[in-house]
Design a binder for this molecule. Sequence first.
Ligand SMILES: *Cc1c(COP(=O)(O)O)cnc(C)c1O
Length: 499
Amino acid sequence: MNEMIRKTQSSVRHTSLDPQDWSAFRALAHRMLDETIDSIANVRARPVWQPIPDDVRAALKADVPREASDLAEVYREFAERVAPYATGNVHPGFMGWVHGGGTAVGMLAEMLAAGLNANLGGRDHMPIEVERQIVEWMRRLFAFPQGASGIFVTGTSMANLMAVLVARTSALGTLARQHGIGNDGALLTAYTSCAAHGCVSRAMDIAGLGTDALRKIDVDADHRIDVAALRTRIAIDREVGFKPFLVVASAGTVDIGAIDDLKAIAALCREEGIWFHVDGAFGALAILSAELAPMLGGIELADSIALDFHKWGQVPYDAGFLLVRDGEQHRQAFAQPAAYLRREARGLAAGTVWPCDLGPDLSRGFRALKTWFTLKTFGTDRLGAVIARSCALAKYLEVRVLAEPRLELLAPVNLNIVCFRYRANDETNREIVADIQESGIAAPSSTTLDGKFAIRAAIVNHRTDETDIDALVAAVLEFGAQRSGDGLIEVVAPPLAAQ
Ligand SMILES: *Cc1c(COP(=O)(O)O)cnc(C)c1O
């Protein structure tokens, strides 16, 4: 027997993946950390983004690595082939989509979280308390009652989906989780504006309710949902036997940053007994700025709010979040008894509500830690000031666009997003965006507004300043002149002022 134990021990002895030589590992680890810090500190010296050369893309492809490689060699490959060709959102010239810039502090917190390798599905350990602390901070910031609940998720796409599921279970009762949505579920209808993010429609699809059950209500000139039209549509749907169950308002539309009239929608939802969810992916964190917070008036009346710390919150990806007013309804939509997840009065399995009761994930990483570090290290006032500053920079870009006859503003500037174009056709503007991205000077993205191609700049990164805005404007003018042929400017649209 002892012989057997000895044999087994010797055959498993060398399977640990820890370094054989900790001091060599430590030296390399310090170099990685130094180089990562350098790359963040010197980000301006690099292009915002650069196209991936064919040979670099090809060189990454390899067979399954059955044999071990030297860590230093793997790191070298990362440093040469991966890091230089990343998205570029760390760079202050990145203004595409809605991408956060991250911080060096967040980077460190990610490293610390990886060191703990905590699983935040449940059980009794301090990392869960950190997540609960952030839930509590969010509850206070949005003035939700005691008993509210919250959970970290990948992003607002997931948080919106979970809100649809909570609202669905609230409307149909928990038996629907067992029997399926049935005939009643087939009659459920949800409402959002036609400026809402596409993930709302996808959530209806994934929740099994179907995208047809999502009514997309018209918006006004400022891209805010037409509340009178919303009211009418709900009444019509009720009239013919549908069961309106959910309104998804936008606090910061993806195209132009419009904020729906949250107070009016809250009142309508209360009157109608409909779940009121706010997609505040980036806009909700404007609550941190005393100057901007009033624009979110009514958000405190929501039944649930989805937001991303990885956008305006500057927390490294990914860090989405869902806050639900009634924690019990949240739990009822996801909790499931399982013998192996039994809660005990003491020991590691203590605690009543675990995060796995509040969403579809069981094993979960420690997203809360980088958020906790970010909120504590900078303080919410300073993060709010960063948010307000990106709105001021958007105003600055608006002024620059309005002052330049060759440029045309395409939408009102509400928050941090500016949509404009060179006075030329769609095709030319599409080329201009790609030219600028490939130049490495800046990285705007694009959208379509009222059928027109728009160059879209979303100022999210805390590092962005006036020089980055000036560089973007100069690049649009230069590539615009090149593309439309030596100063021969083709005016296809009247100036905004004449509309
Ligand atoms: C970014 C965004 C989303 C999607 O969030 P992810 O974190 O990318 O999943 C949803 N709605 C709005 C308004 C957004 O800006």
